[in-house]
Write a protein that binds this ligand. Structure first.
Ligand code: GLC
Length: 663
């Protein structure tokens, strides 16, 4: 590495300097000229961004320039190691850079071991994924973890080794290729806020090596931890209270936001950024097309703050993204930020970086407000928040979901609730009581998670079906209640499939899987009720999807049909406009999706009673009469009030001659 050559500032590079090219060109000597030219063009386009983003974080260091060279060399080396078929994918994605916004995108997520045993088992399920119509599959963390508790894989001992019980890195590479050949993009986790306490770096830190201790936040006594903890939130107050853990080997306190065995990485150390870039690009070269950036909110710390969502965290992700655009442009990022809705949306990037941070983000707000509306039978909060908070940068997409492997925390904005005269604290208490079955008339069979006696807060565990009422209805043998439960499940699926973005199905939900209480017998899991909604797939239950008259058949086939219909409607893509309508009926949720070539009005009833919705406020949609409900294939007369049956959902398509009308 030539450390004498100065790295120009970003403005200098933008002005046309070819210095960046000079930095990496020698490394590309063995590459085909056309490929090298592509790489260099990307380097010249995004390299200045990398410098601009990293200078405020690390520019004060005397070796900054040499360090930037090393960063770019890491990107160049990853490009050199990138398999030819992934470079071909890069070219296809560069020609269609917003591929993930397409209305044909259908996502799902599962645990490898719980859904299919091993990576080979997942491969054998590809026909099932195709049957459902999936184009995106997120496999929960599948890397080597410590023996014993590992937070469902979120304590990573090595980013370059697959958990041996699941298979090998080669199996994973082959699986990625087989999925791709079946039109399914693989999404993997990048658990980059922390490593497991037995990662090689952590082991060296424990052995007393100061270089590796500087990979983490380690303190000789409680003074600094106490100062930080004065303003920190506890994530797992029941299991691992506080945010620091005493490491006996070295007599020091280490930062552990999550569990005691998950050590937070110290990104103020440039070596950590560089090494994690290497791990990130390694995963890109395995064939991951989406990286789920785990726990994005926590990656930067500053005393006196809650150490969440700090501006530096955004810069780091933006810099990673710019480096991915250089070395592996087929890859996109999905943000996992379970924080205030104002903060969630910032992970798409803001200002000049809008659309240049995470292309995708979970939409926890839509998820919690769907459940909130089901409990209250009122859609005020859902309508109000979605009118104000659904819009995102034009090249981005929400990942809309009903359930995930995690708990449900009532993360709506207090100010949205207050604007509607809802007392946020009391409302959360009510929702917790409702979903743990403690409110009179509650249909839900959920359980509390991480009760915090200081804040009186907790979150909710349970599967979609159990929370939606199916567990209680089946136990009671109440056919009407079963109808309602299925109605609720399909209503929520119908909204996440149509609202715009990638719908993400938590596998098991497509056949109405109920809570699994066996985790209580496993001492390693008994204190984490999230295992209730992480059951093993039941082959007999999956097979019942083909048996008419069963609950599984009803849910699976209705869902599959909605998926097939979605794939025919460009208006359901992420780039289409979403106009949420205040109808005056407080139990219905109505929105219009419009793209250049199609338009669909979606209307949903969140109650067990028939609802009538006046169409007067639907604007020029009225002139699109007569229209057809895609789901029932019936004609709908928009000049009359809309009639919505209990938990009814309509997808009303605009007649072809009217397509293209302004929203
Ligand atoms: C994310 C994961 C969650 C995990 C945490 C720590 O929030 O979804 O399951 O406990 O990160 O890695």
């Amino acid at each position: 590495m030539n450390t004498a050559r100065p790295v120009p500032d970003a403005a200098g590079v933008r002005a046309g300097a070819a210095t960046l090219r000079a930095l990496v060109e020698p490394r590309l000597a063995g590459v085909l000229p056309a490929e090298a030219a592509h790489f260099l063009a990307r380097l010249e386009r995004y390299g200045p961004d990398v410098i601009e983003l990293l200078r405020p974080l690390y520019g004060h260091r005397p070796d900054f320039e040499a360090w930037v060279e090393a960063i770019l060399a890491t990107a160049a080396d990853a490009f050199l190691a990138r398999p030819a078929e992934l470079k071909a994918l890069d070219a296809r994605r560069e020609a269609d850079p917003t591929w993930y916004q397409h209305h044909t995108m259908i996502g799902a997520v599962c645990y490898v071991d719980r859904f299919a045993g091993t990576l080979e088992g997942i491969r054998q399920r590809i026909p099932y994924f195709r049957e459902l119509g999936l184009t995106y599959l997120h496999l929960m963390p599948l890397f080597r973890t410590p023996d014993g508790p590992n937070d469902g894989g979120y304590a990573v001992s090595s980013y370059r080794e697959v958990n041996p019980a699941l298979g090998t890195m080669d199996d994973l590479r082959r699986l990625a290729a087989d999925l791709r050949a079946s039109g399914i993009s693989l999404a993997l986790d990048f658990v980059f806020n922390h490593t497991a306490n037995d990662h090689a770096w952590a082991r060296k830190a424990r052995a007393g090596d100061p270089r590796y201790q500087a990979h983490y936040y380690m303190f000789p006594d409680r003074t600094t931890p106490d100062a930080y903890e004065a303003t920190l939130r506890e994530i797992f107050p029941e299991e691992d209270p506080g945010s620091f853990t005493f490491v006996e080997d070295v007599g020091q306190w280490v930062w552990t936001t999550f569990h005691r065995y998950q050590w937070d990485l110290n990104y103020s150390n440039p070596e950590v950024f560089q090494r994690m870039l290497g791990e990130l690009l390694f995963l890109a070269n395995i064939g991951a097309e989406v990286l789920r950036l785990d726990a994005v909110a926590f990656i930067w710390k500053r005393l006196g703050t809650n150490c969440e969502n700090l501006p530096e965290a955004h810069r780091i992700i933006q810099a990673f993204n710019a480096l991915v655009r250089i070395a592996a442009p087929a890859l996109v990022f999905k943000s996992e930020a379970i924080v205030h809705p104002d903060e969630v949306v910032r992970y798409f990037g803001t200002g000049e970086w809008a659309g240049r941070e995470c292309e995708l983000s979970y939409n926890p707000l839509l998820m919690v407000e769907l459940w909130e509306a089901l409990a209250t039978r009122h859609t005020h909060l859902l309508t109000y928040s979605m009118q104000r908070r659904f819009a995102i940068p034009p090249n981005c997409a929400w990942v809309n979901y009903v359930r995930s492997h995690d708990d449900i925390g009532w993360g709506f904005a207090d100010e949205d609730a207050e604007a509607l005269h809802i007392h946020a604290f009391h409302h959360r208490q009510y929702l917790n009581r409702f979903y743990t079955g403690q409110e009179p008339g509650s249909f839900a069979a959920g359980h509390g998670f991480q009760w915090n006696p200081r804040t009186l807060d907790m979150r909710i565990s349970g599967t979609t079906a159990s929370l939606a009422g199916l567990e209680k209805a089946l136990a009671a043998g109440d056919e009407q209640a079963v109808e309602y439960a299925i109605g609720r499940i399909l209503l929520m699926f119908g909204i996440v499939l149509s609202m715009g973005g990638i719908p993400l199905l938590y596998l098991g939900d497509e056949v109405g899987t109920l809570n699994d209480y066996s985790y209580r017998d496993d001492p390693q899991r008994a204190r984490d009720s999230r295992w209730m909604h992480r059951p093993r797939a039941d082959e007999a239950q999956l097979a019942r999807r083909n048996q008419p008259g069963t609950v599984e058949h009803r849910i699976f086939n209705a869902l599959r049909r909605m998926i097939a219909l979605r794939k025919q409607q460009p208006a359901f893509g992420a780039a289409a406009h979403t106009g949420v309508i205040e109808t005056g009926n407080p139990h219905s949720f109505v929105f219009v999706k419009s793209s250049a070539d199609s338009r669909v009005l979606v209307a949903a009833n969140f109650t067990e009673r028939e609802q009538h919705v006046a169409t007067g406020g639907f604007g020029d949609i009225l002139s699109l009469n007569p229209s057809t409900d895609l789901l029932s294939e019936r004609a709908v007369d928009l000049s009359q009030d809309l009639t919505l049956p209990p938990y009814g959902l309509l997808w009303i398509a605009v007649p072809p001659q009217a397509s293209g009308a302004a929203a």
